[in-house]
Design a protein around this ligand. Sequence first.
Ligand code: GDP
Length: 529
Amino acid sequence: MSFKTEIERRRTFGIISHPDAGKTTLTEKLLLFGGAIQEAGAVKNNKIKKGATSDFMEIERQRGISVATSVLAFLYKDKKINILDTPGHKDFAEDTFRTLTAVDSVIVVIDVAKGVEEQTEKLVEVCRMRNIPMIVFINKLDREGKDAFDLLDEVEQKLGLSVSPLSFPIGMGYDFKGIYNIYEKNINLFSGDSKKNIEETIAFDDIDSPELENIIGTKAAADLRDNIELVKGVYPDFDKESYLAAKQQPVFFGSALNNFGVRELLDCFIDIAPSPRAKAAEERTVQANETALTGFVFKIHANMDPKHRDRLAFIKIVSGTFERNKPYLHVRQGKKFKFSSPNAFFAEKKEIVDISYPGDIVGLHDTGNFKIGDTLTEGEILNYKGIPSFSPEHFRYINNADPLKSKQLYKGIDQLMDEGVAQLFTLEMNGRKVIGTVGALQFEVIQYRLEHEYGAKCTYENFPVYKACWVQAKDKNSEEFKEFKRVKQKFLAMDKRKQLVFLADSQFSLQMTQQKYPNVTLHFTSEFE
Ligand code: GDP
């Protein structure tokens, strides 16, 4: 197969949703279509259950699972599909944001009864900002839920999307009869009462045909005709270019659990979803079909086994081919590295591969050379953009609880920060270290891992911070900036990349600071122009 064909047949995407909307179930059904797994239940749900916060075994177990399900790949109709796992739990939102830098498109799963939920809003916003093409799947149609039009409205209002329904439900919950597929122009009927299987798929070019009454009954037929007329009147026709430009989002309805509407989703997905896209580096934009390898690290995962201290760095290949034992330039370190056992991911397994293509993810064993955001090339100096840090939500001082182990503690902190578990800020005034996390859970994870993987002990101390803001000064030599630094010294810190950060203790003080120093801009993410 030619290099060009290999690129064109790849689809690398993520499924995003609020926990419990059905992401795991949908992933599993997709894998079943690819023949990648034989039975249901093979894909583990890696969400942290409520109440398990202090259960370290649980955390460890979850970490193990999330390595296994970080990337799930399968073949379907000759397409190579890579699903990147995106944790739904809000404490791991940052992990998900980073993974979204490595996908070429996403599927958004929404629960028909709950509608648009909080995590969905946040994640979709990130995708919208990055112009990632999105398909929406409204799930659990076998249950009573919101009216389909109300839901479409909600998706447009709350998520800021512009939808084009490609299927439409016939009834819902108890009265759910099936789905009219606008994209394929056919009807899928649910069987009898059990609603467990698709009874038949009937091609139906013309829903005005009197045949419709015979199949779904007079009332349902009339409702469907009205609904489709309304859909056509209100929503724009599907336009692939608009979808690819992230200006329009097609919508499907179905039930993942009953495997209903999933094949339609998948068939449309492989048809319309983008193959690996070009990606912007600070220096230039790189096209997928360039022959020299480039790629970047979007995730680092520590080995579960403390005896093997190595980690797995996940690289998204942007261009060229990644070959085993070929030297590649680690741009930040300015050094070449060879990898004798790069891992590829298939179904729920990983295996050593000789060659990988754009869109693929390779897992590289690493003893501490990689950080999230690092770029690999064949020699070109390139730095991929787009893995910003976001302001954490929780902040605590971290103290060394065992003076004899301070080396281990600092090494541990350093490596955990490279993995992106949390962010470290060093106060300008006294050099004290502050850890910032997205969720409270991470503090326990860090403490546990420092002890078990590095033999170091830490304690925490409260540090009331409202938001961490990255500081950008119009003129670093201005009196205004000097005064800002002097007056706010107590609240200034350096992040790991030695960027200056202002730790605002309240929303009020943040506002006051902004007013007082109009030429000092405070950003909620570490990436700004
Ligand atoms: P995730 O947290 O988004 O990964 O959600 P899961 O896939 O774990 O699903 C959450 C719950 O919803 C599970 O109990 C599923 O069995 C159930 N579920 C998923 N899809 C459907 C569906 O189509 N219909 C119904 N009734 N339940 C579903």
